[in-house]
Design a binder for this molecule. Structure first.
Ligand code: GH3
Ligand code: MG
Ligand code: MG
Ligand code: MG
Length: 398
C-alpha cells in the first residue's frame, strides 16, 4: 500500500513515516510539505492520503478538496480547535487524528490495520428508515466494510442465512419483527463472540437500551450520533471479534502445521459426524519418520510435517477436515464421500507428494466408511493403516 503524507513539519513527517513503516506490513510512505509539492505527485499512485488540514502555501482547505476529487481515502491531521472538525469536509474523509495528541500515531496505525481487515467483513444494517439506513451505510462504507441492508427483523434473518455476516447493527422500533425480537432470535444461533450486535435507536429511555444489552447486544448508540461515535465503536468491536476468532482458532489448531488438533476432533468433529449420512475417514502416517528425524534432524522433520500438510490441503476439498491425530499421523474427515471416492483422493495425495528438498518420503493410509460412531470409524481406518504398514508401507488400504 502506498501512502502520501502531507504536513509542514518535516520532523513530524519523518516520525510518521518511520512509525507506519515499522508497524504496518507492505507499506510505503512518501512525504510532501507543501501544496506545490503535492500537486507534482500523481495522485493515482497512492492508496491512502494522510493530510494536514493546514499547509503553509494554502489559505483554506483547497488542497484537501483537490485530493478528495481523486480519492476518498483520506485521513486528516488537525488541531482540536481547528474549524475542520465543525465543517462538512469531516464527513468526506475517513477519519482524522489530533496532532498534539501523543497517542494519535498509535491510533492511526490501528485504524489503517482495521481498514485493511474491514474490506473482507460484512455488516448488516437493520433499520426501517431509508434515510437513516443510508446515513449509517455511508459511514460504514467509509471504513471499508461491505454493507447489507434490511428494513426489519424478518428480512435480517433471511440475509443472515444467506450471507456471512460479521456484524449486525439494528434499530429497535420497526414494523414487523422489531429489534428486541431480532436480537433474541439471533442469539439462539450466534454467540456474542461469533456475531456482535450494536443497537442504534432514538428511544430516550436508557432502561430500554440496557434491556437489549441483557438480551445479548454488545453495545448501543443513541440517535442522533456523530459519525465518529459509530465508526469507533464498530472498529473497536471488530478488533475484539478478531481477537476472539484468533483465540478460538488457536484452541482448535495445531501450531506447527495449522491442521486441526485433537481438541477439535473430540469437541467439534464428534458433533459433525452424525450430520452426514455418507462419510469417510482416512488415516495417514508418514513412513519411517523416526529415521528422517535421526538422519536430518528434528527441525527438518518439522519442515516435512508442514510440507506433508500443505500437500494434503492442496489435494482435498474445502469441506474435508484435516486433523493432526498424532506426531506424524493425520486424519482426514470427508463428508458426503464413500470409501472408494476417498481412496481416489488419497491416491491423488500420493501422486502429488513431491520430495522435500531432495528428501523423498512416503506415507501409508487406511480408509473406512463403516462404523456407527466417530471412534469406531477411526478404529477401522487405523486397523487398515496398520495393514498398509505390515504390507510394506507406501500403501493405501480400504
Ligand atoms: P512407521 O513407518 O512405522 O510409521 O515408522 P515411524 O518411524 O514413522 O514411526 P514411529 O511412530 O516409530 O515414529 C514417529 C516419530 O515421529 C517419532 C517422533 O519423534 C516423531 N515426531 C512426533 N512428533 C514430531 C514433531 O512434531 N516433529 C518431529 N520432527 N518429529 C516428530
Ligand atoms: Mg425505526
Ligand atoms: Mg510413521
Ligand atoms: Mg505414527
Amino acid at each position: 500500500m502506498r501512502i502520501l503524507i502531507a504536513d509542514n513539519d518535516f520532523i513530524y513527517l519523518k516520525l510518521l513515516k518511520n512509525y507506519l513503516e515499522k508497524y504496518l506490513v507492505n507499506i510505503k510512505c512518501e512525504l510532501v510539505s507543501s501544496f506545490k509539492e503535492l500537486k507534482e505527485k500523481n495522485l493515482s499512485d497512492y492508496d491512502l492520503f494522510i493530510i494536514n488540514i493546514s499547509l503553509r502555501d494554502v489559505e483554506n482547505n483547497e488542497h484537501l478538496e483537490y485530493i478528495l476529487k481523486y480519492s476518498d481515502n483520506v485521513i486528516v491531521i488537525t488541531k482540536l480547535e481547528d474549524d475542520f472538525l465543525k465543517s462538512s469536509l469531516k464527513t468526506k474523509v475517513i477519519d482524522y487524528i489530533i496532532k498534539e495528541d501523543t497517542h494519535s500515531i498509535e491510533y492511526l496505525v490501528k485504524l489503517i490495520k482495521r481498514l485493511g481487515k474491514n474490506k473482507d467483513l460484512n455488516v448488516l444494517i437493520v433499520e426501517d428508515s431509508k434515510i437513516i439506513r443510508k446515513h449509517e451505510k455511508e459511514i460504514l462504507k467509509k471504513i471499508k466494510l461491505n454493507v447489507f441492508e434490511a428494513e426489519n427483523g424478518e428480512k435480517a434473518l433471511e440475509i443472515l442465512k444467506e450471507k456471512n455476516i460479521d456484524l449486525l447493527i439494528t434499530d429497535l422500533v420497526m414494523p414487523g419483527m422489531d429489534g428486541e425480537e431480532l436480537i433474541a432470535k439471533v442469539r439462539e444461533n450466534y454467540s456474542m463472540n461469533s456475531l456482535p450486535i450494536i443497537v442504534i435507536s432514538e428511544n430516550e429511555d436508557t432502561n430500554k437500551f440496557l434491556k437489549t444489552l441483557k438480551l445479548g447486544a454488545n453495545d448501543y448508540l443513541k440517535k442522533p450520533f456523530l459519525k465518529e461515535e459509530l465508526m469507533i465503536r464498530v472498529n473497536n468491536l471488530l478488533d475484539v471479534y478478531d481477537n476472539m476468532r484468533k483465540i478460538e482458532n488457536q484452541l482448535k489448531k495445531d501450531p506447527l502445521t495449522g491442521a486441526y488438533n485433537r481438541f477439535y476432533l473430540e469437541h467439534i468433529l464428534e458433533n459433525a459426524f452424525n450430520v452426514y449420512e455418507t462419510k469417510s475417514i482416512a488415516m495417514l502416517d508418514i513412513d519411517f519418520f523416526k529415521k528422517i528425524n535421526d538422519t536430518y534432524g528434528h527441525q527438518i522433520g518439522d519442515e516435512i510435517l508442514k510440507h506433508f500438510v500443505n500437500t494434503i490441503k492442496n489435494s482435498v476439498r474445502k469441506s474435508d477436515v484435516l486433523v493432526r491425530y498424532g506426531g506424524e499421523e493425520f486424519l482426514i474427515f470427508m463428508p458426503n464421500t464413500s470409501k472408494k471416492e476417498a481412496a481416489i483422493v488419497i491416491y491423488k495425495i500420493k501422486k502429488a507428494l513431491k520430495p522435500y528438498k531432495d528428501i523423498k518420503y512416503t506415507f501409508s493410509a487406511g480408509i473406512a466408511d463403516e462404523g456407527e460412531s466417530l471412534a469406531e470409524m477411526i478404529k477401522i481406518a487405523d486397523e487398515r493403516l496398520y495393514k498398509s504398514k505390515e504390507d510394506g508401507r507406501d500403501k493405501i488400504t480400504f
